[in-house]
Design a protein around this ligand. Structure first.
Ligand code: 2HA
Ligand code: ZN
Length: 272
């Protein structure tokens, strides 16, 4: 019989956490990922047999009642997940009353879901209201995106336009731009609510002086989205390293032509 340990879900989340670590986005225990798994995809695994324990969520996740999430553990290191997935990952099912989560697999040495699980679940709830393909929430600490939050005005139009203009791919990958919340204390329900509210309009939300939240339908897409935003921010940093003087740049007209050619709608508030 197949084990969940050998499933594509554990394999892929292990790869993505390792790659994110190798990109330098997840020092120590930085970063967390949650993957919503459809019930039909969980049938027949020999190592999912019973509820191991029930965890309090600390907020009302009723819209996600009975949904399954594979999630990284609090305090766990992304660099280690690939070598010890049964310790650093947990598969939970939200209880029917939406207040708790039943642990079905993983966290074998007593682990618990990431401290950012409220932010993840609130984000899943928000995205699922209009996007049924929504499966992934990923948080990490991309260096150049964080650096931008010190040197730039914390204004969504300004940051989105700056990143769009750093490379031709940006607007195609995140035509809606990127969302921003004020600096807030990590791990709280308040930062979760602020992040989820932004997820009505954006798939990437910047947490100033901390990192980024990204969403998507699968792990590759979400990782690629964050990678593209960080690549654009890295080019901006490199321009600084080359003296900072921009001699020629992508124009608004060229951004419009990109949107037309790739059949995406650039956020009209940022590109008139
Ligand atoms: O998981 O990144 O924001 C650790 C963090 C908290
Ligand atoms: Zn963080």
């Amino acid at each position: 019989m197949t084990k969940f340990l050998d499933s594509k879900f554990v394999k892929k989340i292990s790869e993505i956490t390792r790659e994110s670590y190798e990109h330098g986005w997840d020092e120590r225990n930085g970063g967390n990922v949650s993957l919503r798994i459809d019930k039909a995809d969980l049938a027949g695994f020999s190592d999912i047999t019973e509820v191991k324990k029930t965890l309090d969520l600390g907020f009302d996740a009723t819209p996600l009642a009975k949904q399954y999430f594979l999630v990284t553990g609090t305090g766990r290191y992304f660099r280690n997940v690939i070598n010890q997935p049964t310790l650093d990952l947990g598969l939970v099912q939200i209880t029917s009353d939406g207040q708790k989560a039943d642990l079905l697999w993983g966290f074998e040495d007593g682990g618990l879901p990431t401290s950012e699980f409220p932010s993840h679940l609130m984000t899943h709830i928000e995205r699922l209201k209009f996007d049924e393909t929504q499966h992934v929430v990923m948080h990490c600490h991309p260096t150049n995106v964080i650096a931008l939050s010190f040197t730039q005005d914390l204004d969504e139009a300004h940051i989105s336009r700056l990143l769009w203009k750093m490379q031709a791919e940006s607007l195609v990958v995140f035509p809606e731009g990127i969302g921003l919340i004020p600096y807030m204390t990590p791990g709280t329900n308040d930062i979760g609510k602020a992040t989820a509210a932004k997820m009505k309009d954006y798939r990437v939300v910047m947490w100033p002086h901390h990192g980024i939240f990204g969403v998507g339908s699968d792990l590759d897409e979400t990782f690629g989205l964050i990678e593209t935003v960080e690549k654009a921010a890295t080019i901006y940093s490199q321009i600084g390293a080359q003296g900072g003087k921009i001699k020629q740049a992508i124009t608004d007209e060229q951004l419009k032509a990109l949107a037309k050619a790739f059949k995406v709608e650039a956020n009209p508030a940022f590109l008139k």
